[in-house]
Design a protein around this ligand. Structure first.
Ligand code: DGT
Ligand code: CA
Ligand code: CA
Length: 582
């Protein structure tokens, strides 16, 4: 139980109490406690174990809060929060996920207008009822309508990056049970989709009891929704801190299946999906006079294959297909002709060509970023702070940028083990010119051009902006091409073929931005870029030292796009990479 999780619970409780119309003083106390706990350097869990009496010495933590903290650490639960969740309709809680709508406004919508579902809220906003409320205007009404649209698009899916470490931990715990012979994640989590609707885990065991007990007793479990002989479904409490917008409101659920060991391969194939992939697999079975289900591949009563996934595919005259590719796109054609790609791996990444420092909106200095990169075994990086247009991020003009590069050049001399490129993330302005002049750009080792503003311009203008940037001889790469934020805003409309053709003609690289909210290019677009022969560079866009750790999500996206080491520019050595730029 981390401090952040405990803080998250108090902050959620404050929101729900406020919606419920509780005493403002009480609401403030919980909110204040959440902030204090979040900023606390010492672990509350350790404090509760060793010196619980010291809790009340923390500013803003009285006897009552101290008791609650002890209970949270011991039971993983905050009873008052659970009671409030029973009391406030779930859709009312979800209203908090609309950007710009806080508990105060939700309270008015719920208690004065008696809105209890998102549909009712939509209707009220569309009919102009909301703008007549005190403290609401036409603008808020518009914000609500747009926010609801976003919520619909995002659904209740979470970023893979938020749940995958948790799934890995549960898989590990299950694997240690003596009754469990084999265990593997399945579904979209195994296919490394950028977002997942629920979690799926498959276990091979003679009896399901122990595995199901583990999940029923898990501290993160909120409720066992269903339990049978071979299946269990549980709901987890929302994770307190997530990348997913509104993720702290989403209760993710898990499907556990337990099968006999001899059926493990067939079940894993079946529950990994995707549905579209499995339809094609089943077709192939039927075509060969076979029957396929989660227990095996059968000819009449005879089992043809069941224990390993490989055996199922082999019986259908196919090599094993990596889960990332199982979307019925072109994996069957590639498998049949022996052209399945050898997918890129995290360990093959040698460079990271997009990151920020305190010179613009990063939180770490040049030295700190370099040292963090060395710790992560990177052989080269590019420091790419923002250009001046991004005033919110303290973007650099030519003068400040030149000084910044000078500093980088001085500092990089001290680090023989890593090559540091003087770079810039240069904005492509609405009028299709670049934010910095050619004379300064030509002095950079590495220029990434990006769209930040005017993302809603017509497709034609967006495409023109990108193509113009690509044609500029000082530009090396296009970063986060569409500017999308998953679950938050769609990307700009782009004519991908025009852009990729220009990039291929001009030797400009395309980025897969590895940040879990971006993953831009997405899998389909990255696969398309590969067809054009464009080298892809996977970058973290780190704004802090730990920001460098998101690389794996970018690599996952590349794998889903069917990309191999040779197509990823930053798998090259530093020398080879620099050569590519010339
Ligand atoms: P998600 O959870 O929306 O991110 O996506 P998936 O792919 O994990 O979907 P999910 O959890 O509904 O099911 C996991 C896999 O199990 C799915 O990819 C295919 C398989 N599966 C589940 N239910 C059925 C079914 O009724 N028929 C077939 N053919 N396959 C199913
Ligand atoms: Ca799933
Ligand atoms: Ca499922």
């Amino acid at each position: 139980m981390t401090n952040a999780s405990i803080a998250g619970m108090f902050s959620d409780l404050a929101d729900l109490l406020e919606i419920d119309g509780a005493n403002a003083f009480r609401v403030r106390a919980y909110r204040h406690a959440a902030r204090t706990i979040d900023a606390l350097p010492d672990s509350l869990e350790e404090m509760v174990a060793e010196h619980p009496e010291q809790l009340t010495q923390i500013s803003g933590i009285g006897k009552d809060l101290a008791e609650k903290i002890c209970l949270i650490v011991q039971t993983g639960r905050l009873v008052q929060l659970e009671q409030m969740k029973e009391k406030i309709p779930p859709d009312v809680v979800r209203m908090l996920r609309i950007p710009g709508i806080g508990p105060k406004k939700v309270a008015v919508l719920f208690r004065d207008l008696h809105l209890t579902t998102l549909d009712q809220l939509k209707e009220a906003a569309a009919s102009g009822k909301i703008s007549q409320l005190k403290g609401f205007g036409k603008k808020t009404e518009q914000v609500i309508l747009e926010g609801l649209e976003q919520l619909e698009r995002a659904g209740l899916r979470m970023y893979l990056a938020d749940v995958r470490p948790f799934v890995d931990e549960i898989v590990l715990q299950l694997s240690k049970l003596s009754s469990v012979k084999r265990v593997c994640e399945a579904g979209s989590v195994r296919r490394l989709k950028e977002t997942v609707g629920d979690l799926d885990i498959l276990v091979a065991a003679a009896t399901p009891t122990e595995a199901m007990q583990l999940l029923a007793d898990h501290p993160q479990t909120e409720k066992v929704l269903a339990q049978g002989e071979t299946k269990q479904r549980v709901r987890f409490r929302p994770f307190a801190r997530t990348f997913t917008p509104g993720g702290s409101q989403i209760s993710i659920e898990l499907d556990l299946r337990v099968v006999p060991e001899e059926s493990f391969g067939a079940a894993l194939q079946y529950f990994t999906g995707s549905k579209d992939h499995n339809i094609e697999v089943r077709k192939r079975a039927v075509h060969r006079g076979l029957k396929l289900n989660e227990y095996g591949l059968f000819r009449g009563d005879e089992t043809v294959a069941s224990r390993e996934e490989e055996d199922i595919y082999a019986a259908l005259d196919l090599p094993w297909i990596p889960p990332e590719l199982r979307e019925n796109r072109n994996e069957f054609r590639e498998a049949e002709t022996g052209h399945l790609p050898e997918l890129v791996e995290s360990g093959q990444i040698r460079g990271d060509l997009h990151m920020h420092t305190t010179a613009s909106d990063g939180r770490a200095t040049i030295e700190e970023m370099i040292e963090a990169a060395i710790e992560r075994k990177l052989k080269y990086i590019a420091i790419t702070d923002h250009s001046k247009r991004v005033t919110m991020a303290n973007g650099l003009d030519a003068g400040r940028l030149r000084k910044h590069w000078e500093e980088i050049r001085k500092i990089r001399e001290r680090y023989g083990e890593i090559d540091v490129l003087c770079g810039v993330e240069c904005d492509i302005l609405e009028d299709a010119t670049l934010d910095l002049d050619d004379d300064v750009l030509s002095e950079a080792d590495w220029v990434i051009a990006v769209l930040h503003y005017g993302l809603k311009q017509p497709k034609k203008q967006i495409t023109k902006r990108l193509v113009n940037a690509i044609k500029n001889p000082n530009v090396h790469a296009i970063g986060h091409l569409t500017g999308r934020m998953i679950g938050k805003r769609p990307g700009a409309e782009v004519d991908f073929d025009d852009v990729f053709k220009a990039a291929a003609d001009n030797g400009v690289l395309m980025e897969i931005n590895a940040h879990p909210a971006r993953l831009d290019l997405n899998d389909l677009h990255a696969a398309r870029a590969k067809e054009y022969g464009i080298p892809i560079v996977i970058n973290t866009d780190a704004h802090s030292t730990v920001g460098l750790d998101v690389m794996r999500w970018g690599v996952n996206q590349a794998r889903r796009a069917g990309l191999s080491k040779k197509e990823i520019a930053n798998t090259r050595t530093a020398k080879q990479f620099r050569r590519l730029l010339r």
